[in-house]
Design a protein around this ligand. Sequence first.
Ligand SMILES: [Zn+2]
Length: 123
Amino acid sequence: MPDIKIKRELLMILLELGKSSHPSEFLALLIKNGDTIDEFELAPGTITGSSSARYQPDMMPLGTGISGSAHSHPSGAIRPSDADLRFFPAVGKYHIIIGAPYTEDDWRCFFADGSPCSVEVID
Ligand SMILES: [Zn+2]
């Protein structure tokens, strides 16, 4: 059994966001309906500078249904950074990291503690 499901269409949009934001990061919040992540919101507090898309907690009240996050690593390293691990628990349980070059294989999902989360991509 996968830990979570995600709509292929949504995943494709996230990969595209990663590509179009490169070499900056993007940060989105994931919304889960039932057992499937099928919506996202771009984080309004996102700093789209060259360094990082660091989340600004006081700029963004979390809406209901927010279950996690997705962000890109332009470096291509698909693993949570120390900063990610501090940030994840504040935003939910499921966290997708997308790495350059942003193909269908260039992403992984992690729980808030950084352990791997298995995902089933559904059509
Ligand atoms: Zn990160």
